[in-house]
Design a protein. Structure first.
Length: 471
């Protein structure tokens, strides 16, 4: 792989830039057109973030985003063969932001830059060389590549203009020392931070965000800046700087304000929106089966029940909802308390009639056709609604097959003979011997097994659950 990247980068560096642009377009088109898990994540992310937009708009943004994602990778390997002058020519500074930064230097405080995964984010590393005034020493936190030779190649290229790179695994101390000396530090803040992060709303959905920038800002009294490497053309960017307002000594405030800034930036301009890394699974933190029906996490920064929209999509799938009417109401009530960020949609052959008889139980109802052929067609139609979690609180093979067609990342169902999810479910739960699938106690036990907090029961910490494991 190393030699393939090295040779490809060298060849593209010798050819006109239109060759790299053409290659990015072709590979991006393949990434978009070929069925894959990554494509599903891309389209689902856009559908959740922009439900008010048309499908045509989201598809257009997705196609451009795929090409820009390839461009991001190509710039890494191609620019490593650029001359110093050509490399520095890839970046120009926005005069307004540069003047604001020059004025801020007079305060004598360290500077902390937060960057996001736009296609030309790598060009930021050229800033120390293109600045019109002397820059303080700069450190950049990065995640090393697994392949040592590829990591060395990328690191050498990123450090060619004076910035020093420090691994997120072992470079925190030296990064902090640069800030303590009044220098500059840069961190990419916009990816999923797993169980070490804090739960915040991003585009109205639960996501895990790093509080690392806020902790550094608080400890070293740093001035926090948002950086946007705006793509002008292939391998050409303009770097914008925005000083983050608010109490930067509060790590919570830094985390919320920086992510709010990014969301506003992505909403402001279609090209900026398409330039971001939408193929990243930013919202996967609660897509672990053992916690998916609850909000159990080490740190939650906001009250998700206060959000205007419930953007997590939970689908409850049954053959006949009327057969479970005494069980559905208490189960959905508990589910709403446990996942206040989620909307609950009922899918069954009599869903509409059930929702009319009990109008406050679910948020939406979708009738499934009785005929299997029609139900199959309906399932393919619903695939484009991108549900997050599908629950089947009964043992029904037909429902398991339909739910698999929906394409939900979590497909959880009851089984009477085995705990296995089988071919179509991601996770199964075996009904205890002698228990009925129609009983409220069975449904509550089913929900509890997947993290649902039952009103009146004590709340465990995330670490107390032996089933929890990082994805």
């Amino acid at each position: 792989m190393y030699w393939i990247l090295l040779i490809t980068g060298k060849l593209l560096s010798l050819l006109p830039l239109c060759a790299a642009e053409g290659l990015a377009s072709v590979l991006g088109w393949l990434l978009y057109i070929l069925p894959s898990r990554r494509k599903r994540i891309l389209l689902s992310n856009l559908h959740h973030a922009f439900p008010e937009k048309t499908e045509g708009w989201r598809r257009r943004i997705a196609r451009v985003s795929c090409s820009r994602t390839i461009e991001m990778g190509l710039f890494n390997i191609v620019s490593s063969h650029f001359s110093q002058e050509r490399y520095q020519g890839c970046l120009e500074m926005d005069p307004k932001g540069e003047r604001a930064f020059e004025e801020a230097l007079k305060e004598g405080r360290p500077m902390l830059f937060l960057g996001a995964h736009f296609s030309m984010v790598e060009a930021f590393n050229a800033w120390p060389a293109v600045s019109r005034f002397p820059m303080p020493e700069m450190g950049v936190l990065y995640r090393p590549y697994k392949h040592p030779k590829i990591d060395a190649l990328i690191k050498r290229n990123r450090e060619r203009c004076g910035a020093r790179l420090f691994s997120r695994r072992e470079g925190f101390a030296e990064f902090g020392r640069i800030l303590s000396r009044g220098g500059c530090g840069a961190i990419l803040f916009d990816q999923n931070s797993g169980r070490m992060g804090s739960l915040i709303p991003f585009f109205g959905r639960v996501s895990s965000a790093t509080e690392l920038p806020g902790l550094f800002a608080k400890k070293y009294r740093a001035i926090v800046w948002m950086g946007h490497s705006e793509r002008l053309s292939i391998f050409k960017a303009r770097f914008h700087l925005f000083r983050l307002d608010g109490d930067m000594s509060d790590s919570r405030e830094v985390t919320l304000a920086s992510n709010a800034w990014l969301e506003d930036r992505l909403r402001a301009n279609d090209d900026w929106c398409a330039d971001w890394l939408w193929t990243h699974n930013r919202w996967k933190i609660l897509h672990r089966a053992s916690v998916c029906l609850g909000m159990r996490h080490k740190k939650v920064l906001v009250n998700f029940g206060s959000l205007a929209d419930r953007k997590t999509r939970i689908w409850l799938c049954l053959r006949k909802a009327s057969e479970f009417r005494d069980t559905l109401q208490p189960f959905v009530g508990a589910l709403r308390v446990s996942r206040p960020d989620a909307s609950v949609t009922l899918l069954s052959e009599d869903a509409t009639r059930f929702s009319q008889d009990f109008p406050s139980v679910v948020d939406a109802a979708i009738d499934l056709p009785v005929s299997f052929r029609n139900a199959w067609s309906k399932a393919w139609e619903l695939r484009g609604a991108y549900p997050d979690i599908c629950l089947i609180p009964e043992d029904d093979a037909r429902l398991r097959l339909l739910v698999r067609v929906f394409g939900s990342p979590l497909r959880i169902g009851m089984r009477t003979r085995t705990a296995s999810g089988g071919m179509w479910l991601t996770h199964g739960w075996k009904v205890p011997d002698g228990e009925s699938v129609h009983s409220t106690e069975t449904w509550m036990a089913f929900g509890r097994n997947f993290g649902m907090q039952i009103p009146g029961e004590s709340l465990l910490n995330e670490g107390d659950d032996p089933q929890d494991s990082e994805e």
